[in-house]
Design a protein around this ligand. Structure first.
Ligand code: APR
Ligand code: PHB
Length: 389
C-alpha cells in the first residue's frame, strides 16, 4: 500500500493528525497495535484546553463535546484548611472544558470511516524503515500476513512505549527525564462530584485530586508510594483516604460508590529531542510525558498536531518545506513550557519522601504567595488554560 503520511498509533495524537490531513485531501493511514475497545478502555485525564477544543471544532467533531462537556471557569488548590480558588476566566478571559480524553478518542474514531481515514487496528510487529530517506515505509503483521505501507512521511504517534522514538539514532538525540518517587491511584465511579470545580489538595498524607467526567461520574486520585498494590486499596479505604486528604468541606459532599475503574500510574517528566529526524516526526507521548498534575498530556499532543499538520499541509499543498524543517523547534518550545508547569504544580502539591521541613515551608510560602497575589494567580491561570500556540 502507498500513502502520503503513515501514522503509527490511534491515540488522540494519531487520530487528530489523520483527520486534519484528510480534511485537506492528504492521504493518511493509521496503524494501531490494539483493538478499538482496548484503546477506548484506557482512562486518561479530562481537562481540555482551547487548543484541543479548537481542533475538534475545526474538524466539525465538536457536537458531543459541546453537549456533554462541562466548561469550567476555575479550579482550586487546597492546603490544609485553606482553599485557594484560581478564577481562570476572570484572570484570562478563557475557560477549560471538562470532557474525558476517552470521549475525544471515541469521537475521532467514530468519524474516521466517513472521513476516509483508514485505521488498521490490531497491527502487530510495526517496524519503521528508511526514515532517513524520502521514501520511508512501515511494515506490520496482521492475521498472519505481512504488510508494508510506503509513504513520504511517517508520523510516530505511538505513545511512550511505541517503536517510533527508538528509530531515531542516539547520535542525534537527547532525552531528558525526571521520575517522581510516587504514583497516582485513580478511581472512577458513577457518583456526583463532591464539588463543581476540580480540587488539587496538598495534605500531610499526600496529594489528592477531586475531578469529574460529568454531573454523575467522578474521578478521584491520591498520591501513593510506587510499590503500592491496588489490592491494598479496597473502595472503602480509598474513599476514607480521599475524605481525609480533600479536607472536611469536600469530604462532607463526597458521594461514595463502587469503582468502575481503579489503577495506579507512575509520574514522569520526559522530553525527547529532536521531534523530527529525516522523514519521521514524533508527536504526543512518543516524544514527551508530563506528570498528570494540570492535565497537559492530551493538550500537548493537540498542539504538536497543530504544528505537524501545518507543516505537512504546507509541504503537500503549497510545496513549502519550511514547516517540516521548523516542526521540532516549534513543538519543543511549547512542550518545555508545559513540562515546566506540570513539574512545578506537581512539586507544589505533592509530599516528596526525600523532602524535609524546609521544603514543606517553601510549599506553604508559595501557596501563601499565590493566595495573596493576582500576578501569581494569573501566571497559574494562563498556564492551566493553555499558553498560546
Ligand atoms: N504499533 C502500533 N501502535 C502502537 C504501538 C506499536 N508498536 N505502540 C503503541 N501504539 C499505540 C498505542 O496502542 C496507543 O493507542 O499508539 C497509541 C498512542 O496513544 P497514546 O498513548 O494515547 O498517546 P498520544 O496519542 O500521544 O496521546 C497523548 O494520551 O497517553 C495519553 O496522557 C497522554 O493525554 C496524553 C495523550
Ligand atoms: C482527570 O479528570 O482525570 C484529571 C483532571 C485533572 C488533572 C489530571 C487528571 O490534572
Amino acid at each position: 500500500m502507498k500513502t502520503q503520511v503513515a501514522i503509527i498509533g490511534a491515540g488522540p495524537a494519531g487520530l487528530l493528525l489523520g483527520h486534519l490531513l484528510r480534511a485537506e485531501g492528504i492521504d493518511a493511514v493509521v496503524v494501531e497495535r490494539q483493538s478499538p475497545d482496548y484503546v477506548l478502555g484506557r482512562i486518561r485525564a479530562g481537562v481540555l484546553e482551547r487548543v484541543t477544543t479548537d481542533l475538534m471544532e475545526r474538524l466539525g467533531l465538536d457536537a458531543r463535546m459541546h453537549a456533554e462537556g462541562i466548561p469550567h471557569d476555575g479550579f482550586n488548590l487546597a492546603d490544609g484548611e485553606r482553599l485557594i480558588r484560581i478564577d481562570i476566566t476572570a484572570l484570562t478571559g478563557r475557560q477549560v472544558m471538562v470532557y474525558g480524553q476517552t470521549e475525544v478518542t471515541r469521537d475521532l474514531m467514530d468519524a474516521a470511516p466517513a472521513r476516509g481515514l483508514e485505521v488498521i487496528y490490531e497491527a502487530a510487529d510495526v517496524a519503521l524503515h528508511n526514515v532517513e530517506s524520502d521514501a520511508p515505509s512501515i511494515s506490520y503483521t496482521r492475521g498472519g500476513a505481512e504488510h508494508r505501507i510506503e509513504a513520504r512521511f511517517i508520523a510516530g504517534c505511538d505513545g511512550f512505549h511505541g517503536p517510533s522514538r527508538k528509530a531515531i539514532p542516539e547520535r542525534v538525540a537527547r532525552a531528558f527525564e525526571k521520575v517522581y518517587p510516587f504514583g497516582w491511584l485513580g478511581i472512577l465511579a458513577d457518583v456526583p462530584p463532591c464539588n463543581h470545580e476540580l480540587i488539587y489538595a496538598n495534605h500531610a498524607n499526600g496529594f489528592a485530586l477531586a475531578s469529574m467526567r460529568s454531573e454523575t461520574r467522578s474521578r478521584y486520585y491520591i498520591q501513593v508510594p510506587l510499590d503500592e498494590k491496588i489490592e491494598d486499596w479496597p473502595d472503602d479505604r480509598l474513599w476514607d483516604e480521599l475524605a481525609v486528604r480533600l479536607g472536611p468541606d469536600a469530604a462532607a459532599h463526597i458521594t461514595r460508590g463502587p469503582s468502575i475503574e481503579k489503577s495506579i500510574a507512575p509520574l514522569r517528566s520526559f522530553v525527547f529531542e529532536p521531534m523530527r529526524h529525516g522523514s519521521l516526526f514524533l508527536a504526543g507521548d512518543s516524544a514527551h510525558i508530563v506528570p498528570p498534575t494540570g492535565a497537559k498530556g492530551l493538550n500537548l499532543a493537540a498542539s504538536d498536531v497543530v504544528y505537524l499538520s501545518d507543516a505537512l499541509i504546507g509541504y503537500f499543498r503549497r510545496n513549502d518545506a519550511d514547516g517540516v524543517a521548523g516542526y521540532s523547534g516549534r513543538a519543543l518550545a511549547r512542550v518545555w513550557k508545559s513540562e515546566r508547569f506540570s513539574w512545578q504544580l506537581t512539586s507544589l502539591m505533592h509530599r516528596f519522601p526525600e523532602n524535609g521541613p524546609f521544603e514543606r515551608r517553601m510549599q506553604v510560602a508559595e501557596l501563601d504567595y499565590i493566595a495573596n497575589s493576582d500576578a501569581a494567580q494569573t501566571s497559574i491561570a494562563e498556564n492551566y488554560v493553555g499558553l498560546p500556540l
